[in-house]
Ligand binder design. Structure first.
Ligand code: SER
Length: 879
């Protein structure tokens, strides 16, 4: 046995099984084509339809072999605590769907272990399912010593991907790393928690299909599903005890060492953090490369948790600022050759981690402070679930992050209470969205797959036809299958074939009519509730339609032409956005209707007006260049290899349809498209906005709708020009000038008002100017409708108009609030005037209070009726 790199082992494994007759196949996406699973967690996931004999390998292959990327987060708490657990790992697999079984598999597993890897047989141990005598005999016949074989129960040696689906008993291979790395217990054996016996290969004899009720139904054939943990076998072949010391992962640990200045192997807590960062960032890079974006639910939340946990670990090690990008660089460097998606999506991965780090960074310090305070103030050793929920909800701390920090203080978190808070929040959200519009489509309560089985798939002939003679295969009405639909009834019609496009890939369904010999139907929508089964949603306008009737199905062709233009426009916009904003732009969703289109894409900052103009310009150029749009079918692998754009999260079969616009845009797509780009006429982007942390949306219109949009804007502009009486293109200049003018006029008006007040004042001043008993002139006057500042301004106006330095007492009703003010010059004050004390004594008349300095005092009150009394009292005091 000699040192082998991870890449060498991977290649040797695949080649070994290729030589045995297996087809080498690519890893499937981490986003499984299986609604029962959140993430791809085993090599067998992509082969479920093969085990069920729904799909078959081409001859002459007897099986398949893969290196499958997997993510498992069910034991996330264990990751980092030892050298074995990983959230991301590669599983080397080989699979048989009835061709070879136990005997061959055991022989090959032993041959690969002892001949290719040259592991000494004395170091190998084997477990089998408790009653599987057959496999015990097979191992013995292959030369394995009896005391190296043991039986295990259901928990260890019966493998399932989930509660339902293909499963079966298994036999596992262990490598003895030596007594010195073990627990020392004389009973230590495979299955012990210590590091001595390392399980590296699981051979599952997939014989059953587990049903919802827990029963095991035998599969049509006996299958093989085996998985060898690549990181674990690499550790064995590289003579190290931990996955984190292998060639691939050690480099990632080193990234953390460099960033934090800490040395791996010197402190348990630091080691754990370095391992977590190395592990989680690999999951992150691969998940984003498969199109998963951080979010608050589903797999997006798994991703967010992994990013945030890695960031928090780095932060606790003292790493400042954003740092995940350094890990991404290393991951792409060491794994990009095997997994090209890492290279192709490098920019996207960088952008996602940067933006997610920035988002979390913004609240991380506040959240830490909040948690520190909660820890300081708590009694006991259990943090409340409510505190953990606030940290989650307000500061974005995933539960594990809070639990990690608490663990360092020997504090646990009340998970049950946290889960209750989460459930309550989910209930609130569910209630808010309960009236989902899609619920309206419910013409059949039973299983659509049963109908599909009974009547067969609907052949779609709409790429070449807008109308066709078809035959009715099934009718749905009021939640049931019926034989006839009568005039006035609404329901579903399923035919042998159809020119109607069923809503898919963002493109809405066709509408139109169906004419039978004795019936006329309006088709109001078309959907595919089950892959391959097209349901026309109809209303019977006259006559009756029966199962078995022949009808002419006629699509609303002008509407479809508009849909075609909009669908092709989304492809062109996708291309143009990538040209202008960069390769990280990926389609994240779309909606194609006859009158408009919506295109959602990954991007991490707002899009400027100039960028929008550039996108629009490029897109329209492609229209004017009048490119030919062709469509053709090809194999999925060939399409991917030739660089055709596939959409994230979209499920493709083995045969795919490519929409090719003279090569500048090539996308996998099943939708309706124009034949020449010039048919689109014009693309006009009408809005750009954000629809989430990492996703932007543009809305656009094409052809006649674009013209109508431009015309509407022009009409508005023309109307404005007419009102302003200027030529069309002077509107903005004239509007700006008019606004300036208006502002000028307003300023002048204010000034004039002041002048007018001053003029009025001069006229009344004589009547309200008195001589105080101390000899200075004093104005005592009522002035309504003026606020406190206005009263002070009045004093400024009065003051220079008094022949010698004097004082004033003013009072008035300002919209229901009485205000009084007294002010005096220094000379008046010297002569005995005290504004503060005057206000103090007269403010009671207006049920108020106030005071101030000798030269200036003000008060407000509650009773406007007392204003005159206050002025009278002032006169009494002063005159
Ligand atoms: N499906 C089995 C596992 O994941 C073997 O591939 O262990």
């Amino acid at each position: 046995m000699h040192y082998m790199t991870t890449a060498e082992i991977r290649e040797k494994y695949l080649r070994f099984f290729e030589e045995k007759g297996c087809k080498r196949m690519a890893s499937s996406s981490l986003v499984p084509d299986d609604p029962s699973l959140l993430l791809t967690s085993a090599g067998m996931v992509q082969f479920k339809p093969y085990f069920l004999q729904q799909k078959h390998l081409d001859a002459p292959f007897i099986g398949a072999t893969t290196a499958q990327k997997c993510v498992r987060t069910n034991d996330i708490d264990l990751i980092g605590t030892d050298g074995r657990h990983l959230s991301f790992f590669e599983m080397m697999g080989n699979f048989s769907f009835g061709a070879y079984f136990k005997k061959e598999m055991c022989a090959w597993a032993l041959e690969f272990s002892t001949k290719v890897l040259e592991l000494p047989i004395e170091r190998l141990y084997f477990t089998v399912f408790e009653d599987d005598d057959e496999t015990i005999e097979i191992w013995k016949d292959l030369g394995v010593a009896e005391d190296h074989i043991s039986r295990m129960g259901e928990e260890d040696n019966f493998w399932r991907a989930g509660p339902t689906g293909p499963c079966g008993p298994c036999s596992e291979l262990y490598y003895d790393q030596g007594v010195e790395v073990g627990c020392g217990d004389p009973d230590c054996a495979p299955g012990c928690d210590c590091d001595r016996f390392l399980e590296y290969w699981n051979c599952v004899f997939t014989q059953y299909d587990a049903q919802e009720d827990g029963s095991l139904v035998p599969l049509p054939k006996k299958n093989i599903d085996t998985g060898m943990g690549l990181e674990r076998i690499a550790a064995i072949m590289q003579g190290v005890q931990s996955n984190f010391d292998t060639d691939v992962l050690r480099g990632l640990v080193a990234v953390g060492e460099k960033l934090s200045g800490r040395v791996y192997g010197s402190d348990d807590a630091v080691d754990k953090s370095l391992r977590i960062m190395a592990d989680h960032t690999r999951s992150v890079a691969f998940m984003v490369a498969d199109g998963i974006l951080p979010s608050n639910e589903g797999r997006g939340y798994v991703l967010r948790r992994l990013i945030r946990r890695a960031v928090m670990k780095g932060h606790l090690l003292g790493i400042e600022g954003s740092f995940l990008g350094h890990y991404i660089e290393e991951i792409v460097k060491v794994m990009g050759d095997q997994y090209h998606e890492l290279q192709e999506n490098r920019e996207l991965i960088d952008r996602v981690v940067d933006s997610e780090e920035a988002r979390f960074g913004a609240t991380l310090h506040q959240g830490r402070a909040y948690l520190s305070q909660a820890l300081d103030e708590m009694d006991g050793t259990v943090l409340s679930g409510e505190t953990a929920f606030t940290l989650h909800d307000t500061y974005g701390f995933p539960f594990e992050v809070t639990a990690d920090i608490c663990a360092e203080e020997q504090v646990t978190v009340d998970k049950a209470a946290f889960d209750r808070c989460m459930d309550q929040q989910r209930d609130r959200a569910r209630r808010a969205t309960a009236h989902d519009a899609d619920a309206a489509w419910s013409t059949y309560d039973g299983s659509m797959s049963a109908i599909l089985e009974a009547v067969g798939a609907t052949e779609f002939i709409g790429y070449d036809h807008d109308d066709a003679d078809v035959c009715v295969r099934a009718l749905l009405h009021d939640g049931e299958r019926v034989d006839v639909l009568n005039a006035g009834e609404a329901g579903g019609v399923i035919c042998d074939k159809t020119p109607f496009y069923a809503e898919m890939g963002g493109e809405i369904g066709d509408i139109g009519t169906m004419m039978g010999s004795d019936a006329q139907l309006t088709v109001t929508d078309t959907k595919a509730p089950e892959k391959g089964l097209v349901v026309h949603h109809v209303t019977v306008t006259s006559g009756a339609i029966h199962v078995g009737d022949g009808v002419r199905a006629i699509v609303d062709a002008p509407r479809r032409a508009r849909i075609r233009r909009n669908h092709s426009a989304t492809h062109i916009l996708h291309w143009a956005l990538r040209q202008v904003l960069g390769d990280h732009v990926r389609q994240a969703g779309s909606y194609v209707a006859p009158d408009r289109l919506r295109f959602d894409f990954t991007h991490f900052e707002s899009v400027t007006r100039d960028q929008i103009c550039a996108v629009e310009g490029l897109a329209n150029r492609k229209i004017m260049e009048n490119h030919t749009v062709t469509t053709y079918e090809t194999g999925l692998d060939e399409a991917r290899a030739s660089g055709v754009t596939a959409l994230f999260g979209e499920k493709y079969g083995d045969r795919v349809r490519v929409v090719d616009m003279d090569g500048f845009s090539r996308e996998l797509c099943g939708g309706m498209h124009v034949a020449q780009t010039s048919e689109i006429g014009l693309i006009k982007i009408t809005s750009e906005s954000s629809v989430g942390a990492n996703v932007r949306r543009i809305e656009a219109v094409t052809s006649f709708d674009a013209l109508a949009y431009v015309n509407r804007i022009e009409t508005e502009l023309r109307n404005t020009a007419d009102v302003l009486r200027v030529p069309l293109f002077d509107v903005d200049e004239r509007t700006a000038a008019s606004l300036d003018q208006l502002k000028d006029l307003q300023t002048k008006m204010k000034r004039n008002k002041r002048v007018a007040v001053a003029g009025d004042l001069a006229r009344v001043l004589d009547k309200v100017t008195f001589t105080a008993h101390d000899g200075y002139p004093i104005v005592i006057m009522r002035s309504d409708g003026v606020d406190a500042g206005g009263l002070r301004n009045l004093w400024d106006i009065i003051r220079p108009r008094l022949t010698s330095a004097g004082a004033c007492v003013l009072a008035g009703d300002n919209n229901g609030t009485p205000l009084i003010m007294a002010a005096g010059s220094d000379e008046a004050v010297a002569a005995g005037f005290h504004a503060g004390s005057i206000i103090k004594s007269i403010s009671s008349c207006i049920k108020g209070g106030g005071g101030g300095k000798p030269t200036m005092a003000q008060a407000g009150g509650k009773s406007v009726e007392g204003i005159d009394a206050a002025l009278e009292q002032a006169k009494k005091m002063l005159l």
